[in-house]
Design a binder for this molecule. Structure first.
Ligand code: R5P
Length: 293
């Protein structure tokens, strides 16, 4: 098997190849003056199994097009099978029709991979795994929640409360609490689909006072969800609050927004490279793709 680290995941792709001791196919890439993407695989892939690793964080349209082009190049030059690893899957939050006459964007993207004859698509903590049921393509959704939870076991935190800023994150929190122990809690969040404004409510009483809280969420985008949850937890008497997230999109001043709200730190994975991506998903990806070697 050859590993192709796409332009959006060069370091992560190289780490995976190193763990598995597999040959790399470097990718040449550039942007034409009019903004179009160009990619080229630098090695013959004929009759090989090829795994392309490319995350689709912003500029997500560019990263997606680069990925489509890499897959098509590999197929056209005779690759036996193409597996794509998309550590952060863009467009996954448009996973249903919220308002009439919208597309289900993630389904559109998956249909393209199907047409390109990708054998298997592997991603990590996709926003809604049910979307995979709509396509024939083999899809695997890995969870990096345990890796984040294990990071906190290496700290000296005691009296830990594992908390979800919305109901969607409760599954993550349950998974993390198996490793971290302690109690769990959650808020309920509503988002206005037009303005993007959020409203967060505490429906149940959880013992927050004097606890060290670790907030788990799949994505931090603008930081609004996490910052709101941090403020509410502070008001309820939490001692220290940490934010753990899989995909740190961290748009504009999201990180400062969360720290200014009172969080001690944001800890994230490297599905998206960022200043807080301290937990690597490379071993998780390597462990999964070695089954296909
Ligand atoms: C939404 O349900 C997700 O799980 C995240 O909570 C959301 O994407 C975070 O977005 P933001 O940081 O903009 O509030």
């Amino acid at each position: 098997m050859f590993i192709v680290p796409g332009p959006a995941s060069t370091n992560l792709g190289r780490k995976v190849a190193e763990i598995l001791n597999l040959p790399l196919v470097e990718v040449e890439s550039k942007t034409f003056p009019d903004g179009e993407c160009y990619v080229r695989l630098t090695r013959n892939v004929k009759d090989e199994r090829v795994t392309i690793i490319q995350s689709t964080y912003p500029p997500q349209n560019t990263h997606l097009i680069q990925l489509f082009l890499m897959v098509d190049a590999a197929k056209s030059f005779g690759a036996k099978e193409v597996i794509v690893v998309i550590p952060y899957m863009a467009y996954a939050r448009q996973d249903k029709i919220f308002r009439f006459y919208e597309p289900i964007s993630i389904e559109t993207i998956l249909k393209i991979f199907e047409k390109l004859e990708v054998k298997t698509l592997i991603t990590i903590n996709i926003h809604e795994p049910k979307v995979f049921k709509k396509v024939k393509l083999e899809c695997l959704n890995l969870s990096a929640t345990n890796l984040l939870a294990k990071y906190f076991t290496r700290t000296s935190l005691t009296k830990v409360l594992v908390f979800a800023p919305d109901l969607k994150a409760v599954e993550m929190v349950k998974e993390a609490s198996k490793i971290l122990g302690g109690e769990i809690g959650w808020f309920r969040k509503e988002r206005n689909r037009i303005t993007g404004e959020i409203e967060m409510v505490s429906e149940e009483e959880f013992e927050v006072e004097d606890k060290n809280v670790i907030l788990f969420d799949d994505i931090i985008s603008t930081g609004g969800t996490t910052a709101t949850a941090v403020k509410m937890l502070k008001e309820k008497g939490a001692k220290k609050i940490f934010s753990a997230c899989i995909h740190p999109l961290l748009i504009k001043n999201a990180l400062n927004r969360i720290l200014e709200a009172g969080a001690e730190a944001v800890i994230a994975t490297d599905t998206i490279p960022s200043s807080v991506s301290v937990v690597s998903v490379a071993p998780l990806i390597a462990d999964t793709i070695k089954k296909f070697v």
